[in-house]
Design a protein around this ligand. Structure first.
Ligand code: SF4
Ligand code: SF4
Length: 220
């Protein structure tokens, strides 16, 4: 019902699934049907997504957003025809293994990216031109490079199982009396585990820029 519902992950997944272009239609800016101004959120999300696409090797022109009212049927048809022509000119999108693995990696980081960019994503902008300068290439590269690694210190973990029950993607392995371990391939870097690990244990560390320590012990 609202262009603000179009998540960054939906767009990236569309490209991962082989689409050549993504077109988002939203209500006119300043004429949101709700109080949420979701169309502004969608616009800034598109700006961020274009930067991520460029970083990944996908032409940002393959993503567009346009705003119109429900009475603008002719305008909608014109915009979609125009976008379709542009995509035809660009030809099929490249789906090399590098691009696919880059997209898969970034899709797992979407919750982290949204947390890092939350202020800019809700920044009031005047329109497309204003929004498209929000995220620089360097900033996107830095955010992706600085993605943290969450690590459970086996010396401190008391196997209380709280983090395992709260992880939204079941990325934590463990059982009663067994040191818990984060499956890095599944982790989406949401930071929930570090928030819920009881302070008296403080068993979770954030590691950045250095390799993960080896596991030392399994049982408590
Ligand atoms: S940061 Fe922690 S809670 Fe979040 S996905 Fe990774 S392991 Fe799970
Ligand atoms: S919440 Fe902390 S102490 Fe409890 S299992 Fe997870 S890492 Fe271990």
């Amino acid at each position: 019902m609202c262009s603000g519902r179009v998540d960054l992950e939906f767009v990236l997944k569309a490209f991962l699934n082989g689409q050549d272009g993504v077109f988002i239609g939203g209500c006119r800016l300043g004429e949101c049907n709700y109080l949420t101004h979701g169309n502004y959120h969608a616009l800034n999300m598109v700006a961020l997504c274009k930067g991520i696409m460029e970083h990944t090797g996908i032409d940002p022109e393959r993503l567009d957003i346009e705003f119109m009212s429900s009475g603008d049927g002719i305008l909608l048809a014109e915009k979609i025809n125009c976008f379709t022509e542009e995509i035809k000119k660009l030809g099929p999108a490249e789906h090399s293994p590098e691009i696919r693995s880059g997209l898969e990696k970034i899709i797992r980081l979407v919750p982290y990216i949204k947390i890092k960019c939350r202020e800019k994503l809700s920044e009031p902008v005047k329109g497309k031109r204003d929004s498209y300068t929000l995220f620089t290439k360097q900033e996107i590269a830095r955010i992706l490079k600085e993605a943290p690694t969450y690590y459970i210190n086996p010396e401190k973990c008391k196997a209380c199982m709280i983090c395992r029950s709260r992880c939204p993607v079941e990325a934590i392995d463990g059982a009663s009396r067994q040191v818990h371990v984060i499956n890095q391939d599944k982790c989406i870097k949401c930071g929930t585990c570090i928030e819920v690990c009881p302070p008296k244990f403080s068993a979770i560390d954030i590691i950045s820029g250095t390799p993960l320590p080896h596991r030392i012990s399994e049982n408590i």
